[in-house]
Write a protein that binds this ligand. Structure first.
Ligand SMILES: [Zn+2]
Length: 118
């Protein structure tokens, strides 16, 4: 239902980190792995060329597992807006859909993914 590709704005809570992403908001997922579940992520994945960082305030990087995904969160408000990682098809960006500022909360549906069992 949200398949028209549009450029959306996103930011952390305090606004130190801001970005733009062009996406149709298809294929959203919620994952129950130890990390996604704790952070309450709703994610969509895009190619790097669909993504632009507008403001990159001080962030802390959190790495775990195979260290393939660079989880960075705002040092001031603690919100993680996006993550850079590698997929079998090359670099990808995971967008935390909950940090898009022009998308109505709950105006989307996300599929539940059993990341805990992977
Ligand atoms: Zn912030």
């Amino acid at each position: 239902m949200m398949s028209d590709s549009k450029t959306h704005s996103g930011s952390c809570h305090c606004g130190a980190v801001a970005y733009e992403v062009t996406t149709g908001l298809d294929g959203l997922i919620e994952c129950n792995c130890s990390h996604c579940y704790r952070k309450g992520f709703v994610l969509t994945f895009v190619q790097p060329d669909a993504f632009k960082v507008l403001k990159e305030g001080p962030q802390t990087q959190y790495l775990f597992n195979s260290h393939k995904i660079h989880h960075r969160f705002c040092q001031t408000c603690g919100v993680q807006t996006f993550a850079r990682g590698e997929s079998p098809n090359g670099p990808m960006i995971a967008i935390n859909v909950r940090t898009l500022t022009d998308v109505e909360p709950f105006d989307w549906t996300a599929e539940r993914v059993d990341g805990r069992s992977f």
